[in-house]
Design a binder for this molecule. Structure first.
Ligand code: LLP
Length: 459
């Protein structure tokens, strides 16, 4: 977060609240979100894209991708900063409903939406349902017709762009589960699944086809992938105009903007990306003789990721000798913390890198190469693979791991029956609980085989 500094006695503080106060009040592990930083990053996306596209299509609708991290407080911040909200399940819609977000400002994604989710979307009057397949288009059409309504639809296409990112989070090349392929299908007389879906959507009585959508991956630094995807989708809009005589009014270019987890990552500011994309969209529309469609984007990570750090308490420290590549040996120090892969699965899932700092104090000691590990019964339970921490880092110290706002709490689990941590928002010297931590009662609440509960004596 941008509002992080040290107090006079060397404690890390955010928005004027010290980590010792946070740990004393809320315990550890703890997710700490800077509300001002979240709002500033949300506004930066909105303002930068509005400015870049102002002369082209009047502005841009920015949908915050709730999958990165969502709760009612965050949904309200998003709305207050002028953004919309992208959801991908009935559960995320339930959060939006509880937060009072109007349906017209919501989108719904998913490659396998249930009828219950589609019905909920229609009940809430969703601004857009992003349809992922022909089968879903038919189901949604039938549902809408049975209610005497029209559903607002975007079609998700796969433009065949392979953004440079980890394989598991690249979602627009052909061999994956999402979206309608733009590649001609020999089995369908050379018609692509995307073209077939557009034909069907334009004819369907229950569908109001607003436009096209694509999402090419996540944690992307270079604008070229976004530009190429935009060009391909605009080309497809021109094909639709030629075939059907209609210019679809909207184009969504997805999310995926990368953030800095370590110093090796070099993200571009939203303004720079927005200008590059506006230039490509503007010139491509001119070449194709198209009016510039209303543009939307769906950033998640780039808004929430940097706003949050996880506060852990260090416990056991041990040092081992490891063999080095040159035949020698070196020391590796393991610093265990009171959380791990249940509150941050990304190192295990994606080999993700993080950093860590000693948060409860400063130290004059030399920095020692350390590995921060969790408390789960699994040797892959690594929080930070390699980080220099002061030699005297040890039992009782607080460690902060920055950049944990996106896909950490959201991906958290109860592995080893460990409770999910609380989330607090800090603003102007005050901390406010926005998600309470789980208790042991929560952990046991869904274990309903009451008949098996016996006193030790009766066994
Ligand atoms: N729109 C769609 C349709 C998406 O599928 C996603 C992310 C986003 C927007 C937001 O992408 P962002 O701006 O946050 O990169 N769990 C993985 C990331 C999965 C991304 C899934 N889709 C991770 O922790 O890296």
């Amino acid at each position: 977060a941008r509002d992080v500094s040290r107090t006079a006695n060397g404690e890390l503080q955010v928005a004027g609240v010290s980590v010792a106060e946070l740990a004393a009040e809320f315990g550890t592990p703890l997710f700490v979100v800077s509300e001002a930083d979240f709002r500033a990053r949300a506004r930066d996306f909105k303002d930068s894209f509005d400015a870049a596209f102002a002369g082209l299509c009047g502005g841009v609708d920015v949908y915050y991708a709730g999958k990165a991290f969502l709760c009612t407080a965050v949904a309200r911040w998003v709305r207050e900063e002028g953004l919309r909200l992208d959801t991908c399940s009935g559960g995320e819609l339930a959060v939006a409903l509880r937060a009072g977000i109007p349906g017209a400002e919501l989108g719904l994604h998913g490659n396998n939406k249930s009828d219950a989710e589609l019905t909920r979307a229609l009940d809430m009057g969703l601004g857009r349902i992003v349809v992922d397949s022909m089968a879903e288009l038919h189901r949604l059409d039938a549902l809408a017709v049975s209610r005497g309504e029209q559903a607002n639809v975007m079609l998700r296409l796969t433009p065949g762009v392979h953004a440079h990112t980890h394989e598991f989070i690249a979602t627009a090349h052909e061999d994956q589960k999402f979206g309608l392929s733009m590649a001609p299908d020999p089995a369908a007389g050379g018609v692509s699944p995307a073209a077939a879906a557009v034909d069907a959507a334009l004819q369907a009585k229950g569908i109001r086809l607003l436009g096209l959508h694509c999402h090419i991956g996540s944690q992307i630094f270079e604008p070229e992938g976004f530009e190429l995807a935009a060009k391909r989708l605009l080309g497809f809009l021109a094909d639709i105009k030629a075939a059907h005589g209609v210019e679809l009014p909207e184009l969504d270019l997805g999310g995926g903007y990368g953030i800095a987890y370590t110093e090796a990552d070099t993200p571009r500011p939203p303004a720079e990306i927005a200008q590059a994309m506006a230039a490509v969209v503007g010139s491509t529309c001119t070449e194709l003789g198209l009016a510039v469609p209303r543009i939307s984007i769906e950033p998640g990570r780039a808004i929430v990721g940097p706003t949050t750090f996880t506060l852990y308490r260090a416990g056991t420290v041990k040092t081992v000798r490891v063999d080095t590549a040159d035949g020698g040996t070196a020391e590796r120090r393991y610093v265990s913390v009171d959380g791990g892969m249940s509150d941050n699965a990304r190192p295990v899932l994606y080999d993700a890198d993080y950093s860590a700092v000693l948060a409860s104090r400063t130290s004059e000691d030399d920095a020692v190469m350390s590995r921060v590990v969790g408390k789960h019964c699994e040797s892959g339970d690594i929080v930070v693979r390699d980080v220099y921490l002061p030699a005297d880092t040890g039992d009782g110290d607080l460690l902060a791991v920055p950049g944990t706002g996106a896909y950490c709490w959201a991906l958290s689990s109860n592995y080893n029956y460990i409770a999910r941590p609380p989330v607090v928002a800090v603003l102007d010297g005050a901390a406010r609980l926005i998600i309470r931590g789980e208790t042991e009662d929560d952990l046991l609440a869904r274990d309903v085989d009451a008949a098996s509960v016996r006193s030790p004596e009766s066994l």
